[in-house]
Ligand binder design. Structure first.
Ligand SMILES: Cc1cc2nc3c(=O)[nH]c(=O)nc-3n(C[C@H](O)[C@H](O)[C@H](O)COP(=O)(O)OP(=O)(O)OC[C@H]3O[C@@H](n4cnc5c(N)ncnc54)[C@H](O)[C@@H]3O)c2cc1C
Length: 452
């Protein structure tokens, strides 16, 4: 008796109930990862390089028994089932539109898929309002209900995996090199646990205070590990206590679960507006300003530092993700999908739900429950969340000669442009008003916001 375990967003052995189910179901396991041409086409070189490393790490932990196949999932799985005489395919369940449709298609072809668990502590669709059994639209009540719902504890890694030896032609590991000048966080389950340990023993204690400071290594940087399932959120949640810092961290994990739930219940919001009237807003066509944003050459130091971090590291700090997103939509008047697509290309941790809804939240057309339309001030945000200018200095060397207070506003200093830093492409004060005027045109009923 053989069963197949189809790895997708769960590239780990520990705390993987679906893997345990596959092991229990047969005498021997056929572990497989299928390279999906349509997802590969949408992934930038950094995410692919990371995935390549993660697959190698997984293969090592499986004693070099991972099958890596290329092609249509139905054809690949049918072929493996035939050649290895396997009757069942085990998976952890996926909920985003693409994964859901893919699995339905595989099942419709007659392949028996057995689902156990998911990449979430609480699977999307489970947390619903007790009053009328509808999904939550606002984060805070979702969070409370999510806590009440609760989740299972982590399960141990299998003690012994009897995996079949791959036949010739079944080990098609991709050759995706790391692009030049790029540095990525190390991939794989072991790296994920090492990072979690480092964070847990260090920065987690001050997470509530430091998580917004862009120049400080104050967040977990587990997002890519979570995206690829090298560690499960349940593993993290199980080790949190009731202190304020731990509570804030738990709330961030819950944002990931909330957005997965929102996307599951509103699949069109992957690329369409959650609040439909924002579709009617006046937007600009992408042109030079968009290119400057992508290249980190807007002339706003905090924005440019962030965009350069994204391109160099495939990761960006959460605070600056919000600042650059606000800048694209509210200073440049471009549609959020343009920025979301750029993020999709460059982020190693790209997650369709967190990305689409992180963008929509910032653009003002998403699930934000605040009573006003936020417009982030890119200068004040820098002064507040990069007080010493460390973050800017690291990614924008043209400004490194300026002092901590000067670095946020080079235009005020004679030597501000000494090293060819670009001038501002727009005036934030003017564009903020323009953004609010465009908002009035779609009959926004919220009061005008304070500057933040
Ligand atoms: C415009 C925009 C786009 C984003 N795109 C993505 C994306 O594609 N993939 C992604 O994983 N996150 C995305 N986020 C959320 C957030 O910025 C990242 O999860 C976070 O910066 C990752 O760093 P970290 O692991 O150090 O986070 P930590 O602060 O250590 O948080 C721990 C974990 O909680 C989750 N988390 C934290 N904040 C959020 C949040 N606001 N929304 C959802 N989950 C959160 C992540 O899984 C994260 O790894 C986006 C946010 C914005 C504003």
């Amino acid at each position: 008796m053989r069963s197949i375990f189809w790895f997708r967003r769960d590239l780990r052995l520990a705390d993987n109930p679906a893997l345990l189910a596959a092991i229990d179901a047969g005498d021997e396991l056929v572990p497989v990862f299928i390279l999906d041409p349509s997802l590969i086409g949408k992934s930038g070189s950094k995410r692919l390089a990371y995935l390549g490393q993660s697959l190698r790490a997984l293969d090592e932990s499986l004693g070099n028994k991972l099958h890596v196949m290329v092609g249509d999932q139905v054809e690949v799985l049918k072929d493996l089932m035939k050649r290895y005489d396997a009757s069942e395919v085990h998976i952890s369940e996926e909920f985003e539109p693409y994964g859901l449709a893919r699995d339905a298609r595989v099942e419709a072809s007659g392949i028996k898929l057995i689902r156990t668990g998911s990449p979430y502590a609480v699977s999307p669709g489970r947390v619903r309002k007790p009053s009328d059994n509808t999904p939550y639209k606002v984060y805070t009540p979702f969070y409370r209900a999510w806590l009440v719902h609760g989740w299972r504890g982590p399960v141990a890694a299998p003690k012994n995996i009897k995996a079949v030896t791959p036949q010739v032609g079944d080990r098609n590991f991709p050759d995706w090199p790391l692009p030049e000048g790029v540095s990525l966080t190390p991939a794989g389950e072991r790296a994920a646990h090492a990072r979690w340990k480092k964070f847990k023993d260090g920065a987690l204690a001050n997470y509530d205070e430091e998580r917004n400071n862009a120049g400080v290594d104050g967040t977990s940087k587990l997002s890519a590990h979570l995206k690829w399932g090298e560690i499960h959120p349940r593993t993290l949640l199980a080790e949190l206590n009731q202190t304020k810092a731990h509570d804030v961290f738990r709330k961030e994990i819950a944002w990931r679960e909330f957005y997965a739930d929102v996307l599951h219940n509103n699949p069109h919001t992957e690329s369409d507006y959650y609040a439909p009237r924002f579709k009617e807003m006046r937007y600009e066509e992408p042109g030079k300003a968009f290119t400057a944003w992508c290249e980190g050459k807007t002339g706003y130091p905090f924005v440019d530092a962030a965009m350069r971090q994204l391109v160099q590291e495939g990761w960006m700090h959460n605070r600056t993700r919000m600042v650059v997103a606000s800048f694209l939509v509210k200073d440049l008047h471009l549609e959020w999908q343009l920025g979301a697509d750029f993020f999709m290309e460059h982020l190693v941790d790209f997650d369709v739900a967190s990305n689409a809804h992180g963008w929509q939240w910032t653009a003002g057309c998403g699930t934000d429950a605040s009573p006003y339309y936020r417009v982030f001030n890119p200068i004040e945000q820098g002064k507040r969340f990069d007080v010493e200018g460390k973050y800017i200095r690291k990614y924008v060397p043209e400004l490194a000669h300026l002092s901590d207070s000067e670095i946020h506003e080079p235009w005020n200093y004679l030597d501000g442009y000494l090293h060819n830093y670009p001038e501002r492409i727009v005036d934030h004060a003017v564009e903020r008003l323009e953004s609010l005027a465009r908002l009035q045109e779609i009959k926004e009923d919220k009061p005008l916001p304070p500057e933040n």
